[in-house]
Design a protein around this ligand. Structure first.
Ligand code: DGL
Length: 267
């Protein structure tokens, strides 16, 4: 089991921000990634639909030998919550790891959360923050266009469209005086520089994908499930739509070319 893969999934490419961090933290691990690129976005769908998709995504990952599953998607994590349907394997979403990091870092106890409409509507981050630290003030804002901008490669620091959209969405969060901002969707770290530029140098940005990868490392260490192979692990990617489009855009998330085989699959 130790040398089984870590299964990671997202509605598209956002979960690659988790893969990048897993590769850095745990280079000997094999990763099996599933991006549901044919059905993205999840973030504007009903919770019933997101739940159904999440179950299908997990069922697909489980057709491979996986020792842990990471829902590297803020939307899925928000809907599946703390009662995941995966009970026989270690499982994590991104909400709890991101909230723990944010609560540790805030000093003025004002935290901002941005995410997809479904995530923000679910109140998942606020609930988790209140559990962790009841006196923290949370300002949440849905940013529906960010996912489309990122998936379509509008990610350059000087991109005028993305900068304008960021200003529009982030204005109330900046006005609220937060010192910590959770990028509550795994797509958003790709435009982190634009967000940071607008929020100013005193606001800490928390990337949920990165925090989930750290959580996975701790969890596998505790359970004595870290891979013990000598050589570097490998990444295998599955997508439900075009592999060419995935390969073309994945570099924005991984900060390098795709470093593994990419297959198209149907669920
Ligand atoms: N990456 C997904 C998340 O973290 C959002 C993309 C979508 O809307 O499907 O919420």
């Amino acid at each position: 089991m130790k040398n089984d893969a870590i299964g990671v999934f997202d509605s598209g490419m956002g979960g690659l921000t988790t893969v990048k961090e897993l590769n850095a933290l745990l280079p000997k691990e094999n990763i099996i990634y599933f991006g549901d690129t044919a059905r993205i976005p999840y973030g504007s769908r009903s919770s019933e639909t997101v739940m159904q998709y999440a179950k299908e995504d997990v069922a697909f990952l489980r057709t491979h030998a996986v020792k842990m599953i990471i829902a590297a998607c803020g939307t899925v994590s928000s809907i599946v919550g703390e009662q995941p349907f995966v009970t026989d394997l270690p499982f994590t979403g991104v909400v709890i790891p991101a909230v723990k990091a944010a609560c540790d870092i805030t000093t003025n106890k004002k935290i901002g959360v941005i995410g997809t409409p479904t995530t923000v509507k679910s109140g998942s981050y606020e609930r988790a923050i209140r559990k962790c630290c009841p006196d923290i003030v949370v300002t949440a804002k849905a940013c529906p266009l960010f996912v489309h901008l990122v998936e379509n490669g509008y990610t350059d620091f000087n991109n005028p469209v993305t900068r304008l959209v960021a200003e529009e969405y982030l204005e109330p969060v900046r006005k609220a005086g937060v010192d910590t901002l959770i990028l509550g969707c795994t797509h958003y770290p790709v435009i982190k520089d634009i967000i940071a530029d607008y929020m100013g140098p005193n606001v800490h940005l928390i990337s949920p994908g990165v925090e989930a990868a750290k959580y996975a490392r701790n969890c596998l260490t505790e359970k004595n499930l870290l891979a013990d192979r000598i050589e570097k692990g490998e990444n295998i990617y599955y997508v439900s739509d075009s592999t060419e489009m995935f390969i073309e855009n994945a570099g924005n998330f991984l900060h390098q070319d795709v470093d593994g085989k990419v297959f198209r699959c149907s669920l």
